[in-house]
Each structure stands twice: as C-alpha cells, then as structure tokens.
Design a protein around this ligand. Structure first.
Ligand code: PLP
Length: 386
C-alpha cells in the first residue's frame, strides 16, 4: 500500500493536505470515455461540486466531458478550467439573478430549472439581453435511492425539482415564453448509489413520464439523468475505478428513447473520489479509559463526510509497518463529532506518522471550512511531488 504514496516527499509539505493521484484520475476518465462512448447519444458532464481543485478540473476538462454546475462560482471555475460553455448545464433550486445572467451571457448549454418562479426570472433576464435561454425541467421523480437520507434528492419530500403532476402545465407555460427554449428533462435521485436497480427504477419512471408527455404532444431532445454512481469506500483498492460499464449499460438497456434523443449524465463522485486521499499527521496517541485514540492534525473542517453523513473512509498508517493496534481516529476540532473512525486497526501509531484517509477526492477539499479559524487544506497532484 505504501507504494501508492511517496511518504518521503509528503514530508516536504504541511499537513493536512489533499493528494490527487492523476494517473488514476486519467485512467478513470479514459474508462468513462470508453464506456459512455459505446453509446453515441450519451454525453457525460462532470459535476463540479464534487471537486473544483483547479488542477483536477483542468485534467477533467481535457477529457471531452461537459460540466454540471450548481452556482455561478462553479460556472466561472469550469470556464477557467477550459470546459466549453456550450457543455455547461446549470442546476440548483436557488439561482440568483447574477448567476442566471452569467449563464445567459456565456450561452451555456442548458439551465436545469426547478420551479415556475425560476423559469419566469430566466425568461425575463434572457429577454432583457435579447437572448433565448435553453432550459430543461428538473422533475422530482419521487424515487428513493438506497443511500444516506442526506444525499437522497428524488423523493417528493425533497426540495428539488418540479413535482410530476406539475410537469405538463409548466412545460406548456414555458412554450409561451419567447425567450425560452425547452430542450429537455432533468432528473437526479441521489448520490453514492451502488444498486443498479435504483437507476433502472429511474429509467422506468422516465419512460412513463415521456409517454405521458407524448399524450400531450410534448417531445424533448434531451434527457439528463443526473449523477449518483457510488464508489467503494470500505475497500477502494478492490475497485479503484467504479463500474461505469454496468452503469451506462443500465441506462442503454432500460431507457426508452425517441429517435435522436440525447442522454446526459452528471457524474461527480465516481469521477474523482478514488484518486484523492487526505494526508494527515499523527499528533498524539492518547490512552483513554476504554480506548486508544489516534489524534491527527486533520479534522472535520478538512473532511466533513464522516461527521455529516456518517461516512466511513478507509484509513491507513502509511509510515508504519508495525503490527496493527485498534484506535479511534479523531481530529483536533472542538466538536465530539470530529471523529474519522471508531475502533479501526492501524499499523502501530507513533507521533509524526502520516495517515492516509482514502477515497477523499469527492466532497472533500471542496467542502472544507475554516471553522476554529483553521487554514484550508491545500490540494496537491502527483506531479507536484516529482
Ligand atoms: N447532479 C445533481 C443535480 C446533483 O445534485 C449531484 C450531487 O448532489 C450530482 C449531479 C452529482 O452526484 P454524484 O457526485 O453522486 O455523481
């Protein structure tokens, strides 16, 4: 395992930091291109929210992916990284006027619209500058996904999307707006989904909705199925590259498309999670009343997933080869939830050891905060250590 990391070189930079293995990232991107490329009408957009580190974004932009953005800041980051504006799709329940204007100015591919109120604002802002904005309607398909409640987005109780029963009237209304062009439907049922049955359920729902729209003589050119493909957190080395083959095949098999219809994907986690690790230094080993704590210099401010989603990342002591002992791995933040893992085995820990928290490339660095007045962690790519 240690071979994956250049421990000596890591000693030259301040911990904690994010480390991105660009060889793995490139291999993952190539696999996405190969597997989605089997279906000429499939188009993949990278969900920038997963990781917007400029160096990582630039590599992704060089692999013919579009970008899926959820804020004006993400649109700017995507453009700066070299994503073409006509490959940018923009979702979000609360788009501010300046963000909408930015999308219109840059002629982005599509706004994924989440309410009639938003549609009307986009229409008037586009009209002001004499442009036509392309929109897809994000439909809430009322489908549960077998994942954590905080990352389920496609249930009727969630804030996302337009309810199915409102779909036809909203589209009819959009057709009356001359600064709007309806180009598609958009869906996203959640994240970290490993059961292909959930994606199949989405396909079936989309088929039903398309049939319903056809009865109303409504046909759209694009179906955006969102993202959501999960990764192996407990054993990343067993599946460093997620099963994109089955993922795309599920959609190719179950989605009933009309002639010429294009399918769009918004993958985030599956693209970047496995290439990233949070590297932290062991500060103290503390013997508690019942357990032994490995106190590291990274905290929930650097990687919030364990505290927010009870996520379990694989953790390794990359400095030690000594027989394993059992530790709770905790950070320095003044919160009891600042715990990375409980009762896990690590090679015997000593002050100064480097600890790798794996599968941290998605929703890691990007979600870091400066709570407790902590500096934000830096992100390095493998080339930075050559
Ligand atoms: N698309 C939308 C609308 C999302 O909300 C998200 C994540 O929350 C994604 C795509 C990316 O999801 P994932 O990282 O699970 O692929």
């Amino acid at each position: 395992m240690q071979k994956m990391f250049s421990v000596d070189k890591f000693n030259t930079v301040q911990t904690p930091f994010y480390y991105y293995d660009t060889q793995l990232l490139r291999k993952t991107l190539k696999t996405i291109q190969e597997e989605s490329g089997k279906y000429p009408n499939f188009h993949v957009h990278y969900a920038v929210k997963a990781n917007a580190n400029p160096k990582v974004l630039r590599i992704i932009s060089q692999h013919e992916l579009g970008a899926d953005c959820v804020s004006g800041g993400e649109i700017k980051a995507a453009l700066e990284a070299g994503f073409p504006s006509d490959g940018i799709v923009y979702a979000g329940v609360g788009k501010s006027d300046w963000e909408i204007k930015l999308g219109i100015e840059n002629d982005i591919q599509c706004f994924n619209v989440e309410s009639t109120a938003e549609l009307d604002v986009i229409a008037s802002l586009a009209k002001e500058v004499g442009k036509v904005a392309r929109v897809a309607f994000r439909i809430n398909p009322n489908i549960g996904a077998h994942t954590h409640a905080n990352i389920t987005t496609g249930l009727a109780e969630n804030k996302f999307g337009i309810a199915m029963q409102d779909m036809v009237p909203v589209i009819e209304h959009a057709k009356t707006l001359d600064s709007i062009k309806v180009v598609g439907l958009h869906f996203h049922i959640g994240s970290q989904i490993l059961d292909m049955g959930d994606f199949k359920a989405l396909c079936n729902r989309i088929n039903e909705l398309q049939a319903q729209l056809a009865q109303n003589n409504i046909y759209v050119d694009n179906i955006n199925v969102g993202g959501g493909l999960g990764v192996s957190y407990d054993n990343p080395d067993r599946e460093l590259i997620p099963d994109f083959k089955s993922y795309f095949k599920t959609y190719a098999t179950h989605l009933r498309l009309r002639d010429g219809q294009q399918v769009h994907f918004e993958l985030g986690r599956a693209v970047v999670a496995q290439c990233g690790s949070l590297i932290t230094r062991l500060l103290y080993v503390k013997q508690g009343t019942y357990k032994q704590f490995a106190i590291v210099d990274a905290g929930m401010t650097d990687l919030i997933r364990p505290a927010l989603y009870q996520a379990l990342h694989k953790i390794q002591n990359i400095s030690s080869n000594e027989p394993a002992e059992t530790y709770d791995v905790v950070g320095p933040i003044c919160e009891s939830s600042d715990v990375f893992a409980k009762a896990i085995d690590l090679n015997k820990c000593h002050r100064g050891d480097l600890i790798a928290i794996r599968s941290a490339g998605a929703y890691g660095e990007i979600m870091a905060s400066s709570y407790n007045c902590r500096p934000l962690p830096k992100g390095y790519i493998s080339e930075d250590f050559k």
